[in-house]
Design a binder for this molecule. Structure first.
Ligand SMILES: Nc1ncnc2c1ncn2[C@@H]1O[C@H](COP(=O)(O)OP(=O)(O)O)[C@@H](O)[C@H]1O
Ligand SMILES: [Mg+2]
Length: 350
């Protein structure tokens, strides 16, 4: 009986040791379990973090895609809007073209009708001038009584002068009719050598009288100054004519507008100046009308830009002028002070 031999003290020690052993093994197991739990939580956190990152990335990707798609859509919207406004503007241009074409045909018809009787007037005026010369010679030969001669001579002088006027103005009318015919030609004309001074003067007369016919009571001082040495230059005359008509009409209109607001001492003046500047021919049209406001000056060449009421302006004149001048490799410049003046200058190579 060994056990019985062990003293009580030893038995206590053994008991305590056994308890310590038991406790330590329990502690070890507990710590191990806690560690595992901690590890598990850590792993869980890592997985959650990973998932969160993946979600964030996915979100960023989606946001990028949405952004791209929105940009694409707004680009498409812009393109559609541009196409729509282009369509509208070309529709308007077509209507305008159609109107101009019928107006052109009408002008051509009238011009043709006038040309025939005008040819008669001019031809007979020339024949009359020759007959007059003959008559003068005959009268000089015949021994007429002095009293009769004194009466007839001044009459013949007056008649000759009248005839010279008929021939001169008949030729002018003939030129105008020819211009009207050229102007109303449908297709764009050919480049040809034309005298800038004559062309500008003719279109000034044409525009002034045309404007006065349309605006009863309109009057304006027209000044001209023609430079030397420009001569004939290569242009499409009826196209340059179209520009001139528009520039003159704009100038007359501007002075009419100013007249409405100014006292009676305002004198409307439109001046036409041509000059040679190096290898350039310059045609300037200046008016002392309402001028152009700074906020509009960059817009005036845009198609359909107009400050005139409906029926007065289409806003196509200057844009057409700009295109024609570019096709001639020239320049169209504008200078203006609002309320004071506006001056347009055409520069052409010569
Ligand atoms: N001489 C001028 N004086 C003042 N404004 C002018 C003059 N010429 C052109 N403008 C301005 O430019 C605009 C566009 O001219 P234009 O293209 O000829 O079209 P529209 O004469 O049909 O209005 C005019 O409506 C006007 O506002
Ligand atoms: Mg105009």
């Amino acid at each position: 009986m060994v056990l019985l031999d062990i003293s009580i003290q030893s038995r206590v020690i053994i008991g305590i040791s056994a308890m310590v052993l038991l406790f330590s093994s329990f502690l070890v197991t507990f710590i191990a379990t806690q560690r595992k739990k901690l590890q598990y939580h850590k792993n869980l956190q890592a997985i959650q973090e990973e998932q969160k990152n993946a979600l964030l990335q996915q979100n960023a990707l989606l946001e990028d895609r949405v952004g791209e798609r929105t940009a694409e859509l707004s680009e498409q919207k812009d393109a559609l809007q541009t196409a729509l406004s282009e369509l509208k503007s070309s529709q308007l241009q077509l209507i305008q073209k159609e109107k101009m074409a019928s107006l052109g045909e009408l002008t051509a018809g009238i011009a043709h009708e006038i040309q025939n009787p005008l040819n008669f007037v001019n031809n007979f005026a020339e024949i009359n001038a020759e007959l007059f010369d003959e008559m003068k010679e005959k009268l000089a030969e015949d021994q007429l009584p002095e009293k009769l001669k004194l009466e007839i001579d001044p009459l013949i002088g007056d008649l000759t002068e009248n005839l010279i006027k008929i021939v001169h103005h008949g030729k002018r009318a003939d030129n105008i009719v020819k211009n009207m015919l050229q102007h109303s030609r449908k297709q764009s004309g050919e480049m040809e050598l034309a005298d800038i001074n004559i062309l500008a003067e003719e279109y000034l007369q044409l525009s002034y009288h045309g404007y006065r016919a349309k605006h009863k009571g309109f009057n304006c001082t027209v000044k001209t100054s023609f430079g030397d040495g420009i001569g004939r230059i290569n242009i499409i005359p009826e196209d340059i004519g179209r520009i001139l008509i528009n520039l003159f009409n704009n100038a007359f209109y501007s002075t009419t507008e100013k007249q409405k607001t100014k006292s009676s001492d305002y004198i409307p003046v439109v001046s036409l100046t041509t000059k040679k500047n190096g290898n350039k021919a310059e045609i300037s049209i200046r008016d002392n009308g309402i001028g152009i406001s700074q906020k509009f000056i960059d817009k005036i060449y845009q198609p359909f830009f107009t400050t005139k009421p409906t029926g007065e302006g289409t806003g196509l004149g200057l844009s057409m002028s700009y295109d024609i001048i570019k096709a001639h490799q020239g320049n169209l410049k504008v200078e203006s002070v609002e309320g004071e003046f506006a001056e347009f200058t055409i520069e052409l190579n010569c």
